[in-house]
Design a binder for this molecule. Structure first.
Ligand SMILES: O=C(O)c1ccccc1NCC(=O)[C@H](O)[C@H](O)COP(=O)(O)O
Length: 266
């Protein structure tokens, strides 16, 4: 079984438990009562100079184990916002990443930026749930969904006023993302079978994404030079977890990353 399949197995078990506690009809009511979503597409596309940073709240991961204890996700997210992040990503998967919907709630209450609910979306319940908890952007991993499900999840996301970060790892997945009309397309350079990072796939896949879509480079940003190369290779935004949560000054680091691509854009 692949790492992705294993993660999804746990996600489905946890989801079944949440559905018993709060049936879909009730989550839908909460989603309809939630404050209007913020426009994540505009936030990512609007960065006049440099690159848009999606700054992630990430405690641990299958590839690296414990990254940071993060006692106060709201405080971390506020630091990201002060540093100039365009979007905050909150991992809500519990078993492998140590996240939760409580983290999402805390971050929602602390920042005014659009928020990505970063999870392994395999059921429409999670999309309603994301909106009910104030998310503006959700993650759709092409490798985890068939074409019909990907299209219907994207449609529901947009009906609820949110956007989707549609994540790809191969040329075929980029084609599938484009075919369903994805407007924010991520290229994740972490191979979900081996968990290895291979930055060389980014320019190849980014080159297949039509202009008009926001191209997001996901994973493997260690420092400014990585941000600069992703920008030079076509990234409009970078999604960064480990390098921020493990830094003593995440606010300053977001600022450096945000400005890093500026020279390359002029
Ligand atoms: O991070 C992992 O080990 C991982 C393993 C399996 C599926 C997904 C995984 N990560 C999710 C992500 O996409 C990253 O959190 C995100 O791109 C940030 O990556 P990084 O800056 O390298 O922490």
């Amino acid at each position: 079984m692949s790492v992705l399949d294993d993660i999804i197995l746990g996600v489905r078990e946890d989801l079944d438990a949440r559905k018993i506690l709060l049936p879909l009809e009730e989550v839908r009511i909460l989603a309809e009562q939630a404050p209007a979503p913020r426009n994540a597409y505009a936030a990512l596309a609007a960065q006049a100079e440099g690159v848009s940073v999606i700054a992630e709240v990430k405690r641990k991961s299958p590839s690296k184990g414990e990254l940071s204890a993060i006692q106060d996700p709201a405080e971390l997210a506020a630091a990201y916002e002060r540093g100039g992040a365009s979007v905050i990503s909150v991992l809500t998967e519990e078993r492998r990443f140590g996240g939760s919907l409580a983290d999402l709630d805390a971050v929602r209450a602390a920042v005014n930026l659009p928020i990505l609910r970063k999870d392994f979306t395999v059921d429409e319940y999670q999309i309603w749930e994301a909106r009910a908890h104030g998310a503006d952007l959700i993650l759709l991993i092409v490798a985890a969904l068939d074409d019909a499900t990907l299209a219907s999840f994207l449609e529901l996301t947009e009906e609820l006023g949110m956007h989707a970060l549609v994540e790809t790892h191969t040329a075929e997945e980029v084609q599938r993302a484009v075919a369903v009309g994805a407007r924010i397309i991520g290229v994740n350079v972490r191979n979900l079978k081996t968990l290895d990072i291979d930055r060389s796939v980014f320019p190849v896949l980014a080159g297949l994404i039509p202009s008009g879509a926001v191209v997001v480079a996901e994973s493997g940003v260690r420092d400014i030079s990585d941000v600069e190369s992703y920008v030079a290779q076509g990234a409009r935004a970078v999604l960064v977890g480990e390098a921020l949560v493990s830094h003593s000054n995440p606010e300053a680091t977001v600022g450096e990353f945000t400005r890093a691509g500026a020279a390359l854009r002029h």
